[in-house]
Design a protein around this ligand. Structure first.
Ligand code: ADP
Ligand code: MG
Length: 238
């Protein structure tokens, strides 16, 4: 069964159409990266998948369930944002626990999931700190850890490395790649950075002005771009 299936997804803000008939299937365990210039609709598409925006038309299916009108908390997704979106008054542990508590999960299960996620991201020593007492990289690891504790069917990342400096960007990118290898969950990842796309993706979706320009493996797209736009954005120099 596919992790995600989009059919003819359109999104308009008032009179302005920003997504045009997006068709896409993400397979179980697949890492798919949306790449394209700023303003092309990457975040909007991710937010439509998450349910933070409603599609104007078209449908969204997650592991075989039509979630087009389902609220975000019931879609089986977890999202990691560029801005981390942590609660400043809660500790690391509190941030990781909150969603699970709201879902009325048993205490023992919550504790187990938090322990597991902290171990995966080396956050064990920071569980009692608040976000203000952490570096940017640590905060983003907490946000990723929080996503892991939800055990989602689908992880969504919106430019998670953009607020980090170059060294941390590389480290965190490697952690995300390792995470994907470890838990083998489907992931959809948005970036405007071609290197991130090339190194993380099983498949890349190149977006331009709210339309899919090309979908393919990093090597396909690099070696065999469909058009000049894709070539100039991500293709080989030749
Ligand atoms: P990207 O993430 O690729 O940079 P976005 O999805 O954020 O692009 O934006 C795509 C287009 O939709 C842009 O032109 C942006 O101005 C517009 N847009 C995004 N969100 C809104 C909104 N809430 N209201 C109106 N226009 C929006
Ligand atoms: Mg964006």
């Amino acid at each position: 069964m596919s992790a995600l299936k989009l059919e003819k997804v359109c999104k308009s803000f008032g009179p302005v159409k920003v997504l045009h008939d997006i068709d896409l299937t993400v397979e179980d365990g697949e890492f798919v990266v949306f790449v394209g210039p700023s303003g092309c609709g990457k975040s909007t598409l991710l937010r439509v998948i998450a349910g933070l925006e409603d599609a104007t038309s078209g449908s969204v299916e997650i592991v075989g369930r039509d979630v087009t009108t389902t609220p975000p908390s019931k879609r089986g997704i977890a999202m990691v944002f560029q801005s981390y979106a942590l609660y400043p008054h809660l500790t690391v542990r509190g941030n990781m626990e909150l969603g699970l508590k709201q879902a009325k999960m048993a205490k023992a299960e919550i504790a187990e999931r938090v322990t597991e996620a902290s171990r995966m991201l080396s956050l064990d020593d920071y569980l009692d700190r608040r976000p203000a007492e952490l570096s940017g990289g640590q905060r983003q690891r907490v946000a990723i850890g929080r996503a892991i504790t939800r055990e989602p069917d689908l992880f969504l990342f919106d430019e998670p490395l953009s607020n980090l400096d170059a060294a941390l960007r590389m480290n965190t990118r490697i952690e995300i790649a390792n995470l994907h290898r470890t838990i083998d969950s489907a992931m959809v990842y948005v970036t405007h950075d071609q290197i991130e796309a090339m190194t993380l993706a099983d498949r890349i979706v190149v977006l331009r002005d709210g339309r899919v320009e090309q979908v393919g493996s990093p090597m396909d797209i690099y070696n065999d771009p469909d058009n000049q736009f894709v070539a100039s954005f991500i293709g080989s120099p030749a």
